[in-house]
Design a protein around this ligand. Structure first.
Ligand code: HEM
Length: 458
């Protein structure tokens, strides 16, 4: 096959795949306030290489089918929430410079168009460039259609986009999602004074399997939104995933060495996702089918942690370091029985897992959230200590009732679950240095629609 026809074939495949999935989603999964639906396992995964168990497996590709590791841009929900997290992330907080509502429409249209094109792997060939304009493709990823990377650009809206300093900036104040507000400055343990990584009008969670793909997408978006937005803070992150894990087993470990993701929500459980993640009739029409995300840049005091003995580390988390089992069980997926351990003899009352999810039945079940974390390393600080930690992202149907409730009433409540329990032990080794609360609108389901259009044009 010639280079040109190979490109054309791949491009066509990218287009065909994306629009086929989008078409399917529109026909079968259109979001209706009364009848919330969930994408099938296939729409959560890249457009190829999906095994029967729903796990992403590059090696499972039949020899005849070209590997196309793309996430569809179009869908009921934005990619980047329940899609399998890839290995690299770039969190970007943007400030909107424009002041007119029409400009906000333009920004969302550009974000939509650029994300749509980049997620389809179509940056274009060098031959297509017009020498009289700046190159469409900035070039650092090359000129072949990108068929790897699992890129997604998830867009979130900050409270300051609706109201800032008491002003209704774009006439959208009355449409603000019910629980959207700036990240509170009074959460116990946070060290936010002087933070340069706080809030933002727009959040981009750009994730893919390579930092260069993320950087490229960010750079492309900046180039195309010049004068309309300006980046306020940017934080890269990474993760390394294990392959072939069984359902319920964690796919990664954090910098503290413990398995991360064991007791996370099952994203293929549509009912659970509708109950705990996707917004419903409680929100203004335009905001239904979206979700909230609490982004927390959590610095870990790794040098101190590394001097704790193994039992102290395990008591702090509440799980065994090697296997991931809670301290009262033997296997990673076995459920702890906190009722049988009321004084925390086995799983300490101030351990992270017991504070984060005390398993009190309905009362704490409704507080659970979807965690999609990455790790970060920014070198060392002025003292020569590692400036590294966890980029926590907690997705919730209601950020106050879930993330914030857990943080305030369980983790940092000294008298929970019992009088004088103290805050969670882990807080001696971590502190939050930045982040924000954002609302993630529903996905774009048709080619003529754009992100948050129901907010801006509705
Ligand atoms: C540096 C910060 C953090 C570290 C190192 C950390 C680490 C862990 C680890 C090792 C687990 C056990 C494995 C698992 O189920 O994934 C876990 C569970 C969990 N974490 Fe965190 N976490 C951090 C921050 C947070 C924050 C900010 C929240 C939310 C407020 C949170 C909520 C949870 C929840 C809900 C669970 C599941 C507990 C269960 O259902 O048993 N974590 N975390």
């Amino acid at each position: 096959m010639s280079e040109i026809s190979r490109r054309a074939a791949l491009k066509a495949l990218g287009l065909a795949t994306a629009s086929a999935v989008a078409g399917g989603a529109v026909a079968t999964n259109a979001f209706r306030p009364q009848e919330q639906s969930q994408p099938s396992a296939a729409t959560l995964q890249p457009t190829a290489n999906v095994s029967s168990t729903g796990t992403f497996s590059p090696t499972a590709t039949p020899a005849t089918a070209p590997a196309v590791e793309l996430y569809p841009f179009e869908g009921v929900y934005q990619a980047g929430v329940i899609t399998d997290p890839p290995e690299a992330v770039l969190l970007v907080s943007l400030q909107v410079l424009a002041t007119k509502p029409d400009d906000l429409v333009k920004i969302m249209q550009i974000l939509t168009a650029r994300s749509r094109e980049m997620m389809a792997g179509q940056m274009g060939a060098a031959a297509a460039e017009d020498a009289t304009f700046p190159p469409h493709n900035t070039g650092e990823l090359g000129y072949d259609p990108l068929k790897d990377g699992r890129l997604s650009v998830m867009v979130g809206l900050g409270s300051s986009l609706f109201t800032r300093d008491g002003k209704d900036r774009f006439g959208l104040a009355s449409k603000k999602p019910i629980a959207l507000k700036p990240m509170p400055r009074d959460l116990v343990g946070d060290r936010l004074a002087g933070s340069t990584r706080l809030d933002g009008d727009i959040l981009l969670q750009i994730s893919s399997d390579h930092p260069l793909v993320n950087f490229h997408a960010f750079r492309d978006i900046l180039k195309n939104t010049k004068g309309l937005v300006s980046p306020v803070w940017v934080q890269p992150g990474f993760q390394r995933y294990f392959q072939n894990m069984q359902p319920g087993e964690a796919k990664a470990r954090g910098l503290l060495g413990f398995k991360d993701g064991t007791a996370n929500l099952d994203v293929t459980d549509a009912e659970l996702m509708s109950k705990l993640i996707w917004t419903g009739p409680e929100e203004p029409d335009w905001a239904q089918g979206g979700t909230y995300v609490a982004v927390r840049v959590i610095r870990e005091q790794i040098e101190r942690w590394d001097r704790l003995n193994l039992s102290q580390q395990e008591a702090s988390i509440g799980r065994t370091k090697t296997t991931g089992a809670t301290l009262d069980t033997k296997t990673e997926t076995a459920l702890p029985d906190y009722a049988a351990d009321p004084d925390g003899v086995k799983v300490p009352l101030n351990s992270h897992v017991r504070k984060a999810n005390p398993r009190l039945g309905e009362e704490s079940d409704k507080r659970r959230m979807l965690r999609r974390g990455f790790l970060y390393m920014n070198g060392v600080d002025k003292s020569g200590l590692l400036d590294a930690g966890f980029l926590f992202q907690g997705f919730c149907r209601n950020i106050e009732e879930q993330f914030e409730f857990v943080k305030r009433n369980y983790m940092t409540n000294r008298h929970f679950p019992k009088q004088n329990t103290g805050v969670q032990d882990l807080d001696e080794y971590i502190f939050c240095v930045g982040g924000g609360y954002f609302f993630v609108p529903a996905g774009v389901q048709k080619e003529d629609r754009f992100l948050a259009d129901a907010l801006l044009l509705g």
